[in-house]
Design a protein around this ligand. Structure first.
Ligand SMILES: C[S@@+](CC[C@H](N)C(=O)[O-])C[C@H]1O[C@@H](n2cnc3c(N)ncnc32)[C@H](O)[C@@H]1O
Ligand SMILES: [Zn+2]
Ligand SMILES: [Zn+2]
Length: 342
Protein backbone atom coordinates (compact mmCIF):
# COMPACT_ATOMS: atom_id res chain seq x y z
CA UNK A 1 0.00 0.00 0.00
CA UNK A 2 2.71 2.40 1.17
CA UNK A 3 4.87 1.47 -1.87
CA UNK A 4 1.98 2.14 -4.25
CA UNK A 5 1.40 5.61 -2.75
CA UNK A 6 5.12 6.43 -3.12
CA UNK A 7 5.06 5.14 -6.70
CA UNK A 8 1.93 7.14 -7.62
CA UNK A 9 3.37 10.32 -6.05
CA UNK A 10 6.60 9.74 -8.00
CA UNK A 11 4.62 9.25 -11.20
CA UNK A 12 2.56 12.42 -10.70
CA UNK A 13 5.74 14.44 -9.94
CA UNK A 14 7.48 13.10 -13.06
CA UNK A 15 4.51 13.87 -15.29
CA UNK A 16 4.21 17.39 -13.81
CA UNK A 17 7.94 18.07 -14.36
CA UNK A 18 7.70 16.72 -17.91
CA UNK A 19 4.81 19.07 -18.78
CA UNK A 20 6.41 22.06 -17.04
CA UNK A 21 9.60 21.52 -19.09
CA UNK A 22 7.57 20.95 -22.23
CA UNK A 23 5.74 24.27 -21.89
CA UNK A 24 8.90 26.15 -20.89
CA UNK A 25 10.79 24.82 -23.89
CA UNK A 26 7.86 25.56 -26.17
CA UNK A 27 8.15 29.27 -25.42
CA UNK A 28 11.91 29.53 -24.85
CA UNK A 29 14.55 28.20 -27.19
CA UNK A 30 17.09 26.63 -24.88
CA UNK A 31 20.48 26.51 -26.51
CA UNK A 32 22.28 24.71 -23.70
CA UNK A 33 21.83 23.94 -20.07
CA UNK A 34 23.33 26.39 -17.63
CA UNK A 35 25.71 25.20 -14.88
CA UNK A 36 22.85 25.82 -12.43
CA UNK A 37 20.86 23.21 -14.39
CA UNK A 38 18.18 25.82 -15.13
CA UNK A 39 17.39 27.46 -18.41
CA UNK A 40 19.44 30.66 -18.07
CA UNK A 41 20.96 30.42 -21.55
CA UNK A 42 18.46 31.09 -24.30
CA UNK A 43 18.87 31.69 -28.02
CA UNK A 44 20.32 34.89 -29.47
CA UNK A 45 17.04 35.66 -31.28
CA UNK A 46 15.06 35.38 -28.11
CA UNK A 47 17.48 37.55 -26.14
CA UNK A 48 17.27 40.24 -28.82
CA UNK A 49 13.51 40.03 -29.31
CA UNK A 50 12.40 42.62 -26.74
CA UNK A 51 15.71 44.14 -25.69
CA UNK A 52 14.88 47.65 -26.92
CA UNK A 53 11.88 47.93 -24.58
CA UNK A 54 12.74 45.41 -21.88
CA UNK A 55 13.78 47.98 -19.27
CA UNK A 56 11.27 50.71 -20.15
CA UNK A 57 8.49 51.70 -17.72
CA UNK A 58 4.87 51.32 -18.75
CA UNK A 59 2.41 54.18 -18.33
CA UNK A 60 1.41 52.87 -14.86
CA UNK A 61 4.95 52.52 -13.48
CA UNK A 62 5.92 54.47 -10.40
CA UNK A 63 8.49 56.91 -11.79
CA UNK A 64 9.76 58.91 -8.81
CA UNK A 65 13.42 58.04 -8.36
CA UNK A 66 15.63 58.03 -5.27
CA UNK A 67 18.71 60.21 -4.80
CA UNK A 68 21.68 57.89 -5.02
CA UNK A 69 23.91 59.66 -2.47
CA UNK A 70 21.37 60.74 0.16
CA UNK A 71 20.90 58.50 3.25
CA UNK A 72 18.03 56.10 2.68
CA UNK A 73 16.31 57.02 5.97
CA UNK A 74 15.78 60.57 4.69
CA UNK A 75 14.03 59.34 1.55
CA UNK A 76 11.65 56.60 2.63
CA UNK A 77 10.34 54.58 5.54
CA UNK A 78 12.21 51.27 5.40
CA UNK A 79 9.34 49.49 7.19
CA UNK A 80 7.26 49.98 4.04
CA UNK A 81 9.78 48.28 1.77
CA UNK A 82 9.04 44.72 0.69
CA UNK A 83 8.81 42.82 -2.60
CA UNK A 84 5.68 44.75 -3.62
CA UNK A 85 6.94 48.20 -2.65
CA UNK A 86 6.46 50.51 -5.66
CA UNK A 87 6.08 47.53 -7.95
CA UNK A 88 3.94 48.26 -11.01
CA UNK A 89 0.81 46.13 -10.95
CA UNK A 90 0.52 46.36 -14.74
CA UNK A 91 3.99 45.33 -15.94
CA UNK A 92 5.45 43.93 -12.68
CA UNK A 93 8.64 45.97 -12.98
CA UNK A 94 10.32 48.16 -10.35
CA UNK A 95 12.79 50.96 -10.86
CA UNK A 96 16.39 49.92 -10.15
CA UNK A 97 16.62 52.46 -7.27
CA UNK A 98 13.67 50.81 -5.50
CA UNK A 99 15.28 47.39 -5.95
CA UNK A 100 18.56 48.69 -4.52
CA UNK A 101 16.64 50.24 -1.59
CA UNK A 102 15.07 46.85 -0.89
CA UNK A 103 18.52 45.20 -0.94
CA UNK A 104 19.88 47.97 1.31
CA UNK A 105 17.11 47.30 3.83
CA UNK A 106 18.24 43.66 4.09
CA UNK A 107 21.91 44.69 4.39
CA UNK A 108 20.95 47.07 7.23
CA UNK A 109 18.91 44.36 9.01
CA UNK A 110 21.93 42.05 8.77
CA UNK A 111 24.35 44.65 10.16
CA UNK A 112 26.36 45.36 6.99
CA UNK A 113 25.19 48.93 6.38
CA UNK A 114 23.25 51.52 8.40
CA UNK A 115 20.21 53.73 7.84
CA UNK A 116 22.58 56.60 7.06
CA UNK A 117 23.86 54.65 4.02
CA UNK A 118 22.62 55.54 0.56
CA UNK A 119 21.73 53.13 -2.24
CA UNK A 120 25.09 53.96 -3.86
CA UNK A 121 26.76 51.95 -1.04
CA UNK A 122 24.94 48.74 -1.90
CA UNK A 123 27.29 47.55 -4.65
CA UNK A 124 27.57 47.18 -8.41
CA UNK A 125 24.33 46.17 -10.11
CA UNK A 126 24.69 44.47 -13.49
CA UNK A 127 21.54 43.93 -15.51
CA UNK A 128 21.05 40.87 -17.68
CA UNK A 129 20.65 40.79 -20.61
CA UNK A 130 22.65 44.03 -20.79
CA UNK A 131 22.72 46.76 -23.41
CA UNK A 132 23.89 50.35 -23.00
CA UNK A 133 20.94 52.32 -21.61
CA UNK A 134 20.24 56.03 -21.83
CA UNK A 135 18.08 56.07 -18.69
CA UNK A 136 18.10 53.91 -15.59
CA UNK A 137 16.19 50.65 -15.99
CA UNK A 138 12.86 49.33 -14.70
CA UNK A 139 13.58 45.75 -13.78
CA UNK A 140 11.63 42.57 -14.44
CA UNK A 141 12.17 39.49 -12.26
CA UNK A 142 15.63 37.88 -12.11
CA UNK A 143 17.31 40.59 -14.16
CA UNK A 144 19.97 41.88 -11.76
CA UNK A 145 23.31 40.38 -10.74
CA UNK A 146 24.67 42.24 -7.73
CA UNK A 147 28.38 42.41 -6.85
CA UNK A 148 28.91 43.66 -3.32
CA UNK A 149 31.22 43.45 -0.33
CA UNK A 150 28.47 44.11 2.22
CA UNK A 151 27.16 40.59 2.60
CA UNK A 152 27.70 37.06 3.82
CA UNK A 153 26.12 33.74 2.75
CA UNK A 154 23.03 34.20 4.91
CA UNK A 155 22.42 37.79 3.80
CA UNK A 156 22.93 36.91 0.12
CA UNK A 157 20.39 34.08 0.43
CA UNK A 158 17.94 36.44 2.10
CA UNK A 159 18.41 39.04 -0.67
CA UNK A 160 17.94 36.41 -3.37
CA UNK A 161 14.82 34.97 -1.73
CA UNK A 162 13.21 38.31 -0.85
CA UNK A 163 14.00 40.60 -3.80
CA UNK A 164 12.39 39.15 -6.95
CA UNK A 165 14.52 41.17 -9.39
CA UNK A 166 17.78 39.70 -8.06
CA UNK A 167 19.25 36.90 -10.20
CA UNK A 168 22.29 36.39 -8.00
CA UNK A 169 24.44 37.92 -5.29
CA UNK A 170 28.20 37.79 -5.71
CA UNK A 171 30.60 38.76 -2.94
CA UNK A 172 33.55 40.62 -4.39
CA UNK A 173 35.47 43.86 -4.74
CA UNK A 174 35.19 45.20 -8.28
CA UNK A 175 38.59 46.90 -7.89
CA UNK A 176 40.21 43.44 -7.97
CA UNK A 177 40.24 41.95 -11.46
CA UNK A 178 38.36 38.69 -11.56
CA UNK A 179 39.93 35.87 -13.58
CA UNK A 180 43.65 35.46 -14.31
CA UNK A 181 45.60 38.71 -14.65
CA UNK A 182 48.63 37.09 -16.32
CA UNK A 183 50.76 33.92 -16.29
CA UNK A 184 52.48 34.96 -13.04
CA UNK A 185 49.26 35.34 -11.07
CA UNK A 186 46.82 32.82 -9.69
CA UNK A 187 43.13 32.91 -10.45
CA UNK A 188 41.05 35.37 -8.49
CA UNK A 189 37.34 34.60 -8.33
CA UNK A 190 34.52 36.42 -6.63
CA UNK A 191 32.23 34.31 -4.47
CA UNK A 192 28.82 33.41 -5.82
CA UNK A 193 26.65 33.33 -2.69
CA UNK A 194 23.14 32.96 -4.06
CA UNK A 195 21.32 32.39 -7.34
CA UNK A 196 22.98 31.92 -10.72
CA UNK A 197 25.63 34.36 -11.96
CA UNK A 198 25.29 33.72 -15.70
CA UNK A 199 24.75 37.09 -17.41
CA UNK A 200 24.40 38.07 -21.03
CA UNK A 201 26.04 41.18 -22.49
CA UNK A 202 24.83 42.33 -25.88
CA UNK A 203 27.47 44.22 -27.84
CA UNK A 204 26.21 46.18 -30.84
CA UNK A 205 28.49 46.04 -33.90
CA UNK A 206 28.34 46.99 -37.58
CA UNK A 207 27.62 43.32 -38.39
CA UNK A 208 24.84 42.84 -35.83
CA UNK A 209 24.64 42.18 -32.13
CA UNK A 210 27.02 39.75 -30.42
CA UNK A 211 25.56 37.98 -27.37
CA UNK A 212 28.17 37.23 -24.74
CA UNK A 213 27.21 35.00 -21.83
CA UNK A 214 29.49 35.22 -18.78
CA UNK A 215 29.65 33.48 -15.39
CA UNK A 216 30.10 36.81 -13.65
CA UNK A 217 31.76 35.57 -10.44
CA UNK A 218 34.55 34.01 -12.49
CA UNK A 219 35.15 36.27 -15.46
CA UNK A 220 36.04 39.96 -15.81
CA UNK A 221 33.30 42.57 -16.18
CA UNK A 222 33.17 44.23 -19.58
CA UNK A 223 29.86 46.03 -19.88
CA UNK A 224 28.72 46.57 -23.51
CA UNK A 225 29.21 50.05 -24.92
CA UNK A 226 27.25 52.03 -27.48
CA UNK A 227 30.40 51.94 -29.59
CA UNK A 228 33.19 49.60 -28.51
CA UNK A 229 36.62 51.16 -29.07
CA UNK A 230 38.20 47.72 -29.06
CA UNK A 231 35.93 46.53 -31.87
CA UNK A 232 36.50 49.75 -33.79
CA UNK A 233 40.23 49.00 -33.65
CA UNK A 234 39.69 45.38 -34.77
CA UNK A 235 37.45 46.62 -37.59
CA UNK A 236 40.24 48.87 -38.90
CA UNK A 237 42.68 45.95 -38.82
CA UNK A 238 40.29 43.56 -40.60
CA UNK A 239 39.58 46.13 -43.31
CA UNK A 240 43.18 45.76 -44.47
CA UNK A 241 42.54 42.13 -45.46
CA UNK A 242 40.11 40.11 -47.57
CA UNK A 243 39.78 36.98 -45.46
CA UNK A 244 42.47 36.99 -42.80
CA UNK A 245 43.37 34.24 -40.39
CA UNK A 246 43.31 35.61 -36.86
CA UNK A 247 44.84 34.55 -33.56
CA UNK A 248 42.77 35.97 -30.66
CA UNK A 249 45.52 35.08 -28.23
CA UNK A 250 43.89 36.26 -24.96
CA UNK A 251 40.30 35.70 -25.97
CA UNK A 252 38.46 36.03 -22.62
CA UNK A 253 34.76 35.73 -23.50
CA UNK A 254 35.63 35.63 -27.23
CA UNK A 255 34.31 39.07 -28.26
CA UNK A 256 37.10 40.09 -30.65
CA UNK A 257 37.44 36.80 -32.49
CA UNK A 258 33.66 36.34 -32.81
CA UNK A 259 33.45 39.83 -34.30
CA UNK A 260 36.28 38.96 -36.71
CA UNK A 261 34.39 35.84 -37.84
CA UNK A 262 31.16 37.77 -38.34
CA UNK A 263 33.10 40.27 -40.44
CA UNK A 264 35.55 38.69 -42.84
CA UNK A 265 37.96 36.37 -41.03
CA UNK A 266 38.54 33.02 -42.74
CA UNK A 267 39.39 31.32 -39.48
CA UNK A 268 40.07 32.34 -35.88
CA UNK A 269 42.23 30.58 -33.34
CA UNK A 270 40.93 31.46 -29.85
CA UNK A 271 43.33 31.03 -26.95
CA UNK A 272 43.31 31.89 -23.27
CA UNK A 273 45.33 30.71 -20.30
CA UNK A 274 42.21 30.48 -18.13
CA UNK A 275 39.85 27.48 -18.38
CA UNK A 276 36.69 29.48 -17.60
CA UNK A 277 37.52 31.93 -20.42
CA UNK A 278 37.93 29.01 -22.83
CA UNK A 279 34.57 27.48 -21.76
CA UNK A 280 32.89 30.87 -22.02
CA UNK A 281 34.25 31.46 -25.53
CA UNK A 282 33.01 28.03 -26.57
CA UNK A 283 29.50 28.84 -25.31
CA UNK A 284 29.50 32.22 -27.03
CA UNK A 285 30.63 30.78 -30.35
CA UNK A 286 27.67 28.39 -30.30
CA UNK A 287 25.24 31.10 -29.23
CA UNK A 288 26.30 33.37 -32.04
CA UNK A 289 25.86 30.53 -34.52
CA UNK A 290 29.48 30.35 -35.65
CA UNK A 291 30.13 27.12 -37.63
CA UNK A 292 32.68 24.95 -35.84
CA UNK A 293 34.97 24.65 -38.90
CA UNK A 294 35.65 28.39 -38.56
CA UNK A 295 37.60 28.22 -35.34
CA UNK A 296 39.80 26.29 -32.96
CA UNK A 297 40.19 26.89 -29.24
CA UNK A 298 43.17 26.24 -26.99
CA UNK A 299 43.99 26.87 -23.35
CA UNK A 300 47.66 27.84 -23.23
CA UNK A 301 49.96 30.56 -21.95
CA UNK A 302 50.46 32.96 -24.86
CA UNK A 303 54.25 32.60 -24.44
CA UNK A 304 54.06 28.81 -24.71
CA UNK A 305 51.61 28.37 -27.55
CA UNK A 306 52.14 25.00 -29.18
CA UNK A 307 50.92 26.17 -32.61
CA UNK A 308 54.42 27.37 -33.58
CA UNK A 309 54.16 25.72 -37.02
CA UNK A 310 51.02 27.70 -37.90
CA UNK A 311 50.99 31.18 -39.45
CA UNK A 312 48.32 33.87 -38.95
CA UNK A 313 47.71 37.15 -40.73
CA UNK A 314 46.63 38.96 -37.58
CA UNK A 315 47.52 38.41 -33.92
CA UNK A 316 45.41 40.18 -31.28
CA UNK A 317 46.75 40.88 -27.79
CA UNK A 318 44.09 42.13 -25.37
CA UNK A 319 45.70 41.99 -21.93
CA UNK A 320 44.29 43.44 -18.71
CA UNK A 321 45.27 47.08 -18.06
CA UNK A 322 48.77 47.42 -16.61
CA UNK A 323 50.03 44.00 -17.82
CA UNK A 324 53.42 44.14 -19.60
CA UNK A 325 52.80 42.76 -23.11
CA UNK A 326 56.37 42.91 -24.47
CA UNK A 327 56.97 39.13 -24.02
CA UNK A 328 53.65 38.36 -25.76
CA UNK A 329 54.60 40.58 -28.71
CA UNK A 330 57.99 38.89 -29.11
CA UNK A 331 56.36 35.48 -29.24
CA UNK A 332 53.48 36.38 -31.54
CA UNK A 333 55.82 38.12 -33.99
CA UNK A 334 57.21 34.68 -34.84
CA UNK A 335 53.84 33.34 -36.01
CA UNK A 336 51.75 36.40 -37.05
CA UNK A 337 52.29 38.79 -39.97
CA UNK A 338 50.94 41.67 -37.90
CA UNK A 339 50.30 42.07 -34.19
CA UNK A 340 47.90 44.46 -32.57
CA UNK A 341 47.79 45.43 -28.95
CA UNK A 342 44.16 46.21 -28.24
C1 LIG B 1 41.20 41.83 -20.98
S1 LIG B 1 40.87 40.13 -20.98
C2 LIG B 1 40.47 39.81 -22.65
C3 LIG B 1 39.10 40.25 -22.98
C4 LIG B 1 38.57 39.61 -24.22
N1 LIG B 1 39.01 40.25 -25.43
C5 LIG B 1 37.04 39.50 -24.18
O1 LIG B 1 36.41 39.71 -25.20
O2 LIG B 1 36.48 39.16 -23.14
C6 LIG B 1 42.47 39.41 -20.85
C7 LIG B 1 42.49 37.90 -20.97
O3 LIG B 1 43.85 37.47 -21.00
C8 LIG B 1 43.93 36.19 -20.41
N2 LIG B 1 45.36 35.95 -20.08
C9 LIG B 1 46.10 36.48 -19.07
N3 LIG B 1 47.37 36.04 -19.16
C10 LIG B 1 47.45 35.25 -20.24
C11 LIG B 1 48.50 34.51 -20.86
N4 LIG B 1 49.74 34.52 -20.36
N5 LIG B 1 48.23 33.79 -21.96
C12 LIG B 1 46.96 33.76 -22.49
N6 LIG B 1 45.92 34.44 -21.93
C13 LIG B 1 46.16 35.18 -20.85
C14 LIG B 1 43.00 36.31 -19.23
O4 LIG B 1 42.59 35.03 -18.80
C15 LIG B 1 41.86 37.15 -19.81
O5 LIG B 1 40.83 36.33 -20.28
ZN1 LIG C 1 21.96 29.48 -14.53
ZN1 LIG D 1 4.63 49.37 -15.33
Amino acid sequence: MCCSIIFITYLINSITIYFLNYFYNKYHTIIMKCRCKRNCIISRNEVLEDIQTRYNPCSDCYTKKLKKSIPIKRQLNLDDVDKNYKKCTSCNKRHIDTVMAHVLKIMIENGFLSTTSSIRKVGTPLITPAVPLKTSPYLPEKSLVLITQHTDNKTSEKIYNSVPEIKSVIKGDINNTVGQLNENNGIHNYKLQSGCDIRCDIQKTDVGEICLYKPQSKIHIEYPKEESLKLKQVNEILNKYDNPTVLDAMCGAGTLGIYALLKNAKKVHFNDIYDIAVDTTETNLKLNNIPCDKYEITQEDICNLSCTNQRYDVGLIDAFPGVDTSGYETFLKKICKEIYII
